[in-house]
Structure formats: structure tokens, C-alpha cells
Design a protein around this ligand. Sequence first.
Ligand SMILES: NC(=O)NC1=NC(=O)NC1=O
Length: 174
Amino acid sequence: MDIAAVNLLPYEDFVNIFGNVVEKCPIIPAAVWSRRPFVSVKAFEAAINEFIDALPESGKEGILRCHPDLAGRDLKSGTLTRESQEEQAGAGMDALSSSEAARMARLNEEYKKRFGFPFVICARINDKAAILQQLSARCQNELAVERARGIEEVKKICHLRINTLLLSDGTFKL
Ligand SMILES: NC(=O)NC1=NC(=O)NC1=O
């Protein structure tokens, strides 16, 4: 599907297709639909990023809170979204040793307790060693630094999800 086809989508189809490019935040593509036509995929992504950047701190934290923990409850219970399932499995989150799983769980809880939102990282460009290292290191940051860092990661996840969708053969189950 190319950007010309994206621009022609009625908002129901647009939200149906792009509704989860930011995890569990369909309001973002639903809002950004009004800004079409997009001159390019980059412009479409920029519109999403601008919407996110314009949110108050509480809105940014809300986006982060919509993300499932890495190697967390949703992965264990099989209730992750399709995208998160693929991303987490791809980073080996479903194949941790018991000590790695215990360390992830402990650090995720420590992070959430400190910041009030979950640790978010773009799993598709990190392996489990990098994820554990980043989680441990980022626990030491200040709130404002982590809010911004988490949103940066959300934008990377979104970029990859949009490009996966556009590269697919375009036969979407509408
Ligand atoms: N807490 C997270 O970072 N979750 C995730 N990152 C991804 O790339 N996919 C997820 O589900």
C-alpha cells in the first residue's frame, strides 16, 4: 500500500489499519486522519509524532501506560496484541532463563514504582541483553528524562509498525 492509497482511506478503514501503530492508542491515528493528504510516509509519521509531542506530560505518560511489560503478565497469558507478541518474541522475551525472567520482573517493578509508567523500549532493534542492560541503566534516570526517552522509543516502535503495514501486500482484512 502506498501513501496515495493511504490518503484515500475513509477514516474507518484508516483507523482499522493503523489503529495500533502506537500500542493501544487508536485515538492517535484517528486524530491524525484529519491531516491527510500526506505527501509521504515520513509526513504521515511526522503528523503522529507532532500529535504526541503536543500532548501534556500526563498524555505522554498515558501513552506509556498503554504498553505491556516486556516479558510480563500479558506475554505469559497470551493476551499481547499481535504486534507486541511478534516484537517481544523477536527479542527473545518468550525465551528467558528463569534468572533472566526474575531479573526483568524485578527491574520492571522497580521502574514502574519509580516512574508511574512502564519501561518502554523498541524491542525490534534490541536483543534481550540490551533490553536488560537498558532497563537497569534507565532505572537511575530522572522522571522527565525517562518520560522523554520512553516516548522516543514509542516513536521508533510506531515507525517500524507503519512500515511493516505499508510493505505488506495491502490486502487488509477490513
Ligand atoms: N514495554 C515495552 O517496551 N513493550 C514493547 N516494546 C515493543 O517493542 N513491543 C512491546 O510490546
